[in-house]
Design a protein around this ligand. Structure first.
Ligand code: NAD
Length: 331
């Protein structure tokens, strides 16, 4: 099938081209994002492939539909960037990569905790300047600390089991409790109890209307002083301005984010020669106890291999009229 691949970076081309040997689709790569003024690039393509910051709203979907597109394969687990109601109305079908490597994201979340707690990012800069001073680098033992997991799905459970290996006490909040989380030794609390009693909170739930700003000013006010907050899920889960206020007031001890509410206009591109107009991200990166990464938690060889193979298999299943196992639609 002919597939227009948007937001295609060098690594997308490489891994998709390699995976496509087993499928034989015709892949046309576009480095640009899918958005209203690039939608014509998909004209005549029955399938398009998108990534997390492509704008797949009603306007774009209407343009895709007018150009003959019938299938959207997102190279991600999350699908909050796609207007599923509009896709249904227009008869477009959507599939995602339901699961690739929960280890990639969970391990990265742990990496952010270790770096923030032990100030590894600061030590790295210091020693390059010949500064071997320890003042300001004091951390705490993870052993015995309480770690709150919001969203105890695939990634949340892998994260919980790694943190348990450090000797942490694991608590969770999820409207759909999972016995597998309890089997790991975790126990469920309300979100307020979790926020009030955890030393570390890591977000692993999807972004939905119910979870937008799940960590807001009120939640941060309840948090245990010195909280390390980790978000490798979606930027919209955290009210960034409230987090900045909590950091300024010294109420939270550290913030590690791989995702950011306004990331679409910044992430996955080199802005090192630009004047960045986003004062919020600039304020965030100015804190010594904040680490911002550019949505790289998924970025391992194993994860990309699976993302590419699953995306191309989704296209083949659609083309062949087979059941679309990874379809997403409004329930
Ligand atoms: P999953 O579906 O296995 O688990 C999500 C869990 O969140 C489920 O247990 C669900 O019940 C729970 N949940 C739903 N609503 C909730 C709420 N209101 N409060 C608390 N929990 C709630 O998904 P997963 O594979 O574990 O992925 C989790 C998220 O990680 C994805 O939605 C995606 O946004 C994010 N993600 C980020 C990256 C990255 O590179 N940074 C990569 C992959 C996934």
């Amino acid at each position: 099938m002919r597939v227009a691949v948007f937001s295609a970076k060098r690594y997308d081309r490489e891994f998709l081209t390699e995976a496509n040997r087993a499928f034989g689709h015709e892949l046309i790569f576009h480095e640009v994002m899918l958005e209203p003024h690039t939608v014509t690039l998909a004209e005549g393509f029955p399938a398009v492939s998108v990534f997390v910051n492509d704008l797949v709203d009603r306007e774009v979907l209407t343009g895709l539909s007018a150009g003959g597109t019938r299938f959207i394969a997102t190279r991600s687990t999350g699908f909050n960037h796609i207007d599923l109601a509009a896709a249904r109305d227009l008869g477009l079908r959507v599939a995602r990569v339901e699961s690739y490597s929960p280890y990639a994201v969970a391990e990265f979340a742990v990496g952010l905790i270790l770096a923030l707690n032990r100030k590894i990012h600061r030590a790295y800069n210091r020693t390059r300047e010949g500064n071997f001073e320890l003042d300001g680098l004091l951390g705490f033992d993870l052993r015995g600390r309480r770690v709150g997991v919001i969203g105890t799905g695939k990634i949340g459970r892998v994260f919980a089991s790694i943190m348990q290996g450090f000797g942490c006490e694991i608590v969770g909040f999820d409207p759909f409790p999972n016995p597998a989380f309890e089997a790991l030794g975790g126990h469920y609390l309300t979100s307020a109890e979790l926020m009030a009693t955890s030393d570390i909170v890591s977000l692993h739930c999807p972004l939905t209307d119910a979870t937008r700003h799940i960590v807001d000013a009120e939640a941060l006010a309840q948090a245990r002083p010195g909280l390390l907050l980790i978000n490798t899920s979606r930027g919209g889960l955290v009210d960034t301005l409230a987090a900045i206020e909590a950091l300024k007031a010294g109420r939270i001890g550290g913030l590690g984010i791989d995702v950011y509410e306004q990331e679409a206009s910044l992430f996955f591109r080199d802005h090192s020669s630009d004047v960045i107009g986003d004062d919020v991200i600039q304020r965030l990166v100015s804190f010594p106890n904040v680490i911002v990464t550019g949505h790289q938690a998924f970025f391992t060889r194993e994860a990309i291999d699976t993302i590419c193979a699953t995306t191309l298999a989704n296209v083949r299943a659609f083309e062949a009229g087979e059941p679309l196992l990874n379809e997403v639609r409004l329930s």
